[in-house]
Design a protein around this ligand. Structure first.
Ligand code: NAP
Length: 252
């Protein structure tokens, strides 16, 4: 299947790795012009080099309001106007509520949650002016299930879950023709798991897999397929909701 996003421009954050990379590549394969941004522009360049089509690459720290203005301007000016925003960039340092420092707590919220505010705040006028589109915010199962060692991360991802609904409601009231949904991956095999892998080896992955009814952790491409669905007209009546992509983890 291909071509569902022909003529559209998509801005994908954290596109230099993992889920963001797989998403940028799939949206490009579906015909979108992708603006692939990452705090590490070199990593986003690597993503673009695998695309085989046109991708615009930008260095972009999602916690920086000024960088958001530049990224949205680039996407809005990239032929066809901005109609798809994927707020994907995130960090997941481990700390319980007792271990977490105020600085660490704030950084997780800046990167995982403030970024969604900044991105939507900056992009909505351009998306509305262009006739609408789709916002996909990457949350986590950590928004739906508490995890003791991810205090700040659970908090930030729960914020992403709920703010997404407010965006959908706001856009509906304003008649923007913009849908907003959140995606909630379970454990996915990306570099975000590397600190655990380095510390505990394969055991870290096996323990996660055991908790999943499908018996394995997910692949970034499996999340990307869900993002592409929400970005495309295939999901034209799906709005203000959450898509859990977790192999059944949350079914318990
Ligand atoms: P990943 O492979 O580490 O990719 C995240 C990307 O975001 C990296 O390229 C990272 O750059 C970049 N990034 C970090 N801070 C940034 C910032 N301030 N501004 C812009 N880019 C920044 O992780 P992933 O697993 O693909 O995660 C993608 C999203 O899925 C995140 O929101 C994550 O919370 C969510 N998620 C992941 C899982 C999972 O198990 N993998 C599960 C649930 C939800 P650096 O590498 O240079 O830091």
């Amino acid at each position: 299947m291909g071509g569902r996003l022909e003529g559209r421009t998509a801005l994908v954050t954290g596109a230099g790795s993992g889920i963001g990379r797989a998403t940028a590549l799939l949206l490009a394969q579906e015909g979108a012009h992708v603006v692939a941004t990452d705090i590490d522009a070199g990593a986003a360049e690597e993503t673009a080099s695998g695309a085989g089509g046109s991708m615009t690459v930008l260095a972009h720290d999602v916690s920086d309001a000024g960088a958001w203005e530049r990224a949205v301007a680039a996407a809005a000016g990239a032929g066809g106007g901005l109609s798809i925003l994927v707020n994907n960039a995130g960090i997941a340092p481990k700390a319980t509520i007792e271990q977490e420092t105020l600085e660490g707590w704030r950084r997780v919220h800046e990167v995982c949650l403030d970024s969604v505010y900044l991105g939507c705040h900056a992009a909505l006028p351009a998306m509305a002016a262009g006739g609408g589109g789709s916002i996909v915010n990457i949350s986590s199962v950590a928004a739906l299930r508490g995890v003791a060692v991810y205090a700040a991360y659970c908090s930030a991802k729960a914020g992403v879950h709920m703010v997404t609904k407010t965006i959908a409601l706001h856009c509906g009231r304003r008649g923007y023709n913009i849908r907003a949904n959140s995606v909630h991956p379970g454990p996915i095999d990306t570099p975000i798991l590397d600190p655990d892998r380095e510390r505990f080896g394969q055991r870290a992955i096996d323990a996660r897999a055991e908790a999943i009814p499908l018996g394995r952790i997910g692949r970034p491409e499996e999340v990307a397929q869900c993002v592409a669905f929400l970005a495309s007209d295939d999901s034209s009546f799906v709005n203000g909701t959450e898509l859990v992509v977790d192999g059944g983890f949350c079914a318990k």
